[in-house]
Design a protein around this ligand. Structure first.
Ligand SMILES: [Zn+2]
Length: 391
């Protein structure tokens, strides 16, 4: 196997000494592909080579490594998108809240992949990347998917005392020094609040996308399913998710595949022969083993909209890097094998392996993971941790 690594230009890497350290580590781990992250702000609207990035690319190339530039697809918008006039570029969630003003976690601003301006921005960033760094061997798309998470706030109504009357509203705003979030009551469970009688009251924020007017209108035009733009967005979203789930999932996957196709065409136009790859997840939510949640087969398609076997079938990708994190060696091997089988060998798979200090896992048993990847038919593993190569 020849391996890959995701690299972020950070303080540990900035000096020449650490370029040496990185190269030594890469050779020792049989790394052949370096996937280097580039922030979109450096690539859009204009892009020019940053000296330290260019120096790192050239150093790796000089050592016979392949270097690919990684760009986030629909997360981490460029600064310009926060100027007035770009509001429609941000995806709208289940409740009708725009990710521009209600980002998940306070800073996860998710762009709508169904907006022409967003695709244009991504293609421009990719073209500028290949133009500014002509030695790159290709581009990797990170976050070429939908954002999807559910947040639940549970209030113990028996303990809520006299504050309970504030907590039985349809909408709950939680504010703190780092920002604020809005939560919505699905179904009230408190009948009386003086004295408090009930049990628990649950508030939700479904960061599920995209329920903007354009997406709903396009969904209607594609599948002939009536949608109302006048009724509360959460009601419409629930009807779609429960009554027309198959069509909704297909619609969203088509949006993402179209975006992948647009980037492929850009790469072919500006730098024919350069390779295109992407990161994918194996499940939604990810990190099941950390959170004690069961695997949900097919959830990366239903929740994230990634029909990545279709990208392989259409020849849109040259290789893929699934982020197979937080798994035991045997699960890691099984999941990698399923991924290899799923695309029938149509493109190489570099099975992502998290080796960080933050989580228990591969650090102590690396050889078991390498063996599992090799047996599963992966082309290699793709190492990840912000400082993997320092270990
Ligand atoms: Zn939309």
């Amino acid at each position: 196997m020849e391996n890959a690594v995701w690299v972020y230009m950070n303080d540990s890497l900035r000096t020449d000494r650490n370029f040496d350290g990185f190269i030594d580590w890469a050779k020792g781990k049989n790394v052949r592909l370096v996937i280097l992250y580039f922030p979109k702000d450096e690539l859009y609207p204009a892009g020019q080579a940053a000296p330290e990035m260019a120096a790192f690319v050239e150093r790796c190339k000089g050592e016979g490594l392949e270097v690919h530039g990684m760009v986030s697809g629909f997360m981490s918008p460029p600064k310009e998108f926060f100027e007035p006039g770009y509001e429609q570029c941000f995806a709208v969630d289940w409740h009708g809240c725009s990710s521009r003003f209600h980002p998940a976690g306070g800073n996860r601003h998710f762009l709508d992949p169904n907006q022409a301006l967003v695709i244009e921005m991504l293609c421009t960033a990719v073209a500028n990347l290949l133009d500014a760094y002509p030695s790159l061997d290709g581009v990797q798309l990170d976050f070429v998917r939908y954002f999807h998470s559910t947040t639940v706030l549970t209030v113990d109504t028996a303990e809520a005392g006299s504050d309970l009357r504030l907590l039985v509203q349809d909408k709950l705003k939680v504010s703190g020094e780092r920002g604020e979030a809005v939560y919505f009551l699905d179904s009230p469970s408190v009948k009386f609040n003086d004295p408090p009688i009930g049990g628990v009251q649950q508030y939700y924020h479904y960061y599920h996308y995209c329920f903007c007017d354009k997406c709903l209108t396009d969904f209607n035009a594609t599948y002939g399913i009536p949608v109302s733009l006048d009724r509360p967005r959460a009601e419409v979203a629930r009807e779609i998710a429960t009554g027309h789930a198959a069509q909704w999932h297909a619609f969203r996957a088509e949006v993402i595949t179209r975006a992948v196709k647009a980037v492929r065409e850009t790469v072919n136009q500006v730098a024919a022969g350069k390779r295109l790859s992407a990161t994918i997840w194996y499940n939604s939510p990810y990190g099941n083993r950390l959170t004690g949640k069961p695997f949900r087969p097919g959830s990366e398609y239903t929740d994230f909209g990634q029909a990545w076997e279709e990208w392989a079938a259409q020849g849109l990708m040259d290789f893929i890097c699934p982020m197979n994190y937080w798994l035991s060696p045997s699960e890691y091997g099984e999941i990698t094998q399923r991924q290899v089988t799923r695309i029938g060998g149509k493109m190489p798979i570099y099975s992502g392996l998290l080796t960080s200090h933050d989580y228990p896992g591969p650090r102590g048993s690396l050889q078991e993971y390498l063996t599992a990847a090799e047996r599963s038919g992966a082309a290699g593993v793709c190492f990840f941790a912000y400082h993997t190569w320092l270990e």
